[in-house]
Design a protein around this ligand. Structure first.
Ligand code: F0G
Length: 369
């Protein structure tokens, strides 16, 4: 790394002595809060941007790849950035209950922040299609968990209807403050690198996050904090790729349950992010997603849930297609923690578990030592 960017990196970050108090305090002037907004925070944000040279080498890519590891937020996904703001605003407005439809992560975040705010939460989930860790989170944080015999798109339709009830606040990303909170991830990336990357890769489900990142990158560019904006490369799962195919998918399917969505709410936001940044939206198959999932774990020691790995699979595909010039700086969001879906990890792990007798000889034999 060149000296100016090292200096920028440390000068643009808060000094180590400043206590991290979450994204609202860090980026207060860029967010829709006032002095009287109660800040409901779990110290979210400030997640690591992990350099991944072994991943790049494994796929033969001569570029600097960094993973924004959003798994290290308090409920282990990027949703906490939008939720701190959404629940703070709900509290400010005197809401009695927050509601959301979710493929799992939004419900975990909504339930946690609602608990901290002393507000009730109700979450509507597609029955049987939520990774176990996410369900456990919503339950232990005390949400009223309702599972419907329908998919995420149907759950969101019901939530839109619920939103007209008095005292109810919707905390899905159709609530515009969610997007505002999530744009802070782009700020953190630029603050860390001292510049915007050339490319930003991320998984696309309901399309709120790609919309949010693009807004964040544009804001820093317009304020001359950065001198460029990245090309936004979004990836949907092949069985759930409405934006790529330009049609609503009635029965979306994918191993990446977090992005099993057939009619994204922020469809237009994603389209403009892609068009304005001269990026692209594409799809990756479940096999490609799982290959990326294993590779980031086994080449870099980074465990992210399958949906997150769509961004790694996206880098692999874009590189195969010759779309990434050598020397590029690439960032990719790993949206949620691998531990949220341990079943998926166990299912695809190559070595399994070898049961051995409890003595050294058997262990040495099993290890071929
Ligand atoms: N990755 C993960 C782990 C997610 O949970 C989601 C969305 C996405 C990517 C896609 O982000 O929707 O902004 O395009 N999860 C939502 C939920 C739908 O209910 O937790 P998006």
């Amino acid at each position: 790394m060149k000296w100016p960017s090292i200096i920028q990196r440390y000068c643009s970050r808060p000094p180590a002595t400043v206590k991290w108090q979450g994204i609202i305090e860090r980026y207060r002037s860029r967010l829709p809060v006032t002095e009287s907004t109660p800040v409901i925070s779990l110290s979210e944000g400030n997640t690591p941007l992990i350099h991944a040279p072994r991943f790049a080498k494994a796929i033969g890519l001569e570029a600097d790849v960094y993973f924004k590891y959003e798994a290290l937020n308090p409920t282990c996904s990027f949703k906490d950035r939008g939720m701190t703001l959404a629940v703070s605003k709900a509290k400010e407005r005197g809401a009695q209950v927050v509601v959301c439809a979710s493929t799992g992560n939004t419900s975990a975040a909504a339930a946690a922040y609602a608990a901290r705010a002393g507000i009730l939460s109700a979450v509507i989930l597609p029955n049987g299609k939520i990774a176990m860790g996410k369900l456990a989170q919503a339950m232990i944080y005390g949400a009223k968990v309702l599972a419907i015999e329908g998919n995420f798109d149907e759950a969101l339709r019901l939530v839109r209807e619920l939103g007209s009830q008095p005292g109810v606040e919707i905390v899905n990303s159709i609530n515009p403050v969610r997007i505002e909170g999530q744009k802070t991830a782009a700020f953190e990336i630029c603050d860390f690198l001292g510049e915007a990357p050339h490319f930003h890769f991320l998984p696309v489900g309901n399309a709120g996050n790609i919309t949010a990142y693009w807004r964040g990158y544009q804001e820093y560019f317009n304020d001359k904090i950065t001198t460029r904006t990245p090309k936004m490369f979004g990836y949907q799962a092949a069985g759930s790729a409405p934006i790529v195919e330009n049609r609503i998918i009635e029965k979306p399917e994918t191993v990446a349950t977090a992005i099993r969505i057939g009619n994204p709410a922020s469809w237009e936001g994603a389209k403009s992010a892609i068009a304005q940044s001269q990026g692209q939206i594409d799809k990756v198959t479940d096999e490609e997603i799982l290959e990326g999932y294993r590779l980031i774990a086994q080449s870099e020691g980074i465990f992210a849930e399958p949906a997150s790995a769509a961004s790694a699979a996206g880098i692999m595909k874009a590189h195969r297609e010759g779309k990434i010039p050598a020397g590029s700086i690439i960032t990719a969001t790993l949206t949620g923690h691998g531990l949220k879906d341990p079943d998926a990890a166990i299912r695809v792990s190559p070595n399994g578990v070898t049961v051995v007798p409890s003595n050294l000889e058997s262990i040495l034999k099993a290890l071929k030592l």
